[in-house]
Ligand binder design. Structure first.
Ligand SMILES: [Zn+2]
Length: 251
């Protein structure tokens, strides 16, 4: 459960997500792991990266970083001595191609230094960055299959690089298409999309399966029946491959 950013999270959001999954007939094995309980593990990783000189303090303001375009220009890399005031920590990237064979989208790779740039692992406000937390948690939970929205495809090379620096095994990846609004943005609360209404779970599941090119027979009634059918008839090669979300790389 990605609850690292308390100021941006409405109270009860995590519980709502779990309840919605239950409404849809989806359950989980084991305890839910909350990122907010993992801060000391993230801190340990950060200290390890720092001691190996793999990250550096960055005092650039939001405005300065924005002026660099989509890739951080490395301007704080060469600073010596302690920075004044608050700072973010960025991971030093290398001019190498990093990528993977995505099970839906095919080959995807980026040059870490010129396409991505040194990226934030701890934010200026002290919060750990998503990239660091997700890599730490996947390894901690022995995740070997990562299935998520295509809006995170662009993050994957950074995560592969971090995994390799930390000596973690590499999972397999499958990035799904996501629902978009008329402006081509992902339906999310950030873009003021209406929340998911799970009062009619079977109708929702049916629409989701159609979106994923797995239209179910019309005589299936409840969520459990639909999910059973989907599991039995699943073919990942039928999921539409599509790269529709523009990248934002600074965080
Ligand atoms: Zn900087």
């Amino acid at each position: 459960m990605e609850d690292l950013d308390p100021p941006r999270e409405p109270p009860g959001a995590a519980d709502t997500i779990l309840r919605q999954m239950e409404d849809l007939g989806m359950y989980w094995d084991g305890e839910v792991l909350y990122q907010s309980t993992r801060l000391s593990a993230y801190e340990e990783i950060l200290q390890d990266l720092l001691s190996r000189n793999l990250c550096f303090p960055c005092t650039c303001s939001r405005r300065q970083v924005r002026a660099m375009g989509s890739v951080y220009d490395g301007s704080c890399r060469s600073r010596t001595g302690d920075p004044a005031g608050s700072y973010a920590l960025r991971l030093r990237t290398v001019p190498e191609m990093w990528g993977m064979e995505d099970r839906i989208q095919g080959r995807y790779e980026q040059n870490l230094e010129s396409d991505v740039g040194d990226f934030v692992v701890r934010r200026r406000d002290g919060l750990f960055a998503y990239q660091l937390a997700v890599v730490a948690d996947d390894a901690y939970q022995s995740i070997n299959q990562v299935v998520r929205g295509i809006d995170l495809l662009d993050s994957t090379p950074r995560q592969l690089y971090l995994q390799s620096l930390l000596g973690y095994p590499r999972p397999h990846y499958a990035h799904f298409p996501v629902l978009l609004n008329e402006q081509g943005q992902k339906l999310s609360k950030q873009h003021f999309a209406a929340p998911v209404d799970t009062r009619q779970p079977a109708a929702l599941l049916r629409r989701a399966l159609c979106f994923l090119n797995h239209p179910p027979p019309t005589d299936l009634a409840g969520p459990a029946e639909l999910l059973d059918w989907a599991a039995g008839n699943w073919d990942i090669l039928r999921i539409p491959a599509w790269r529709g979300i523009p990248a934002s790389r600074h965080e």
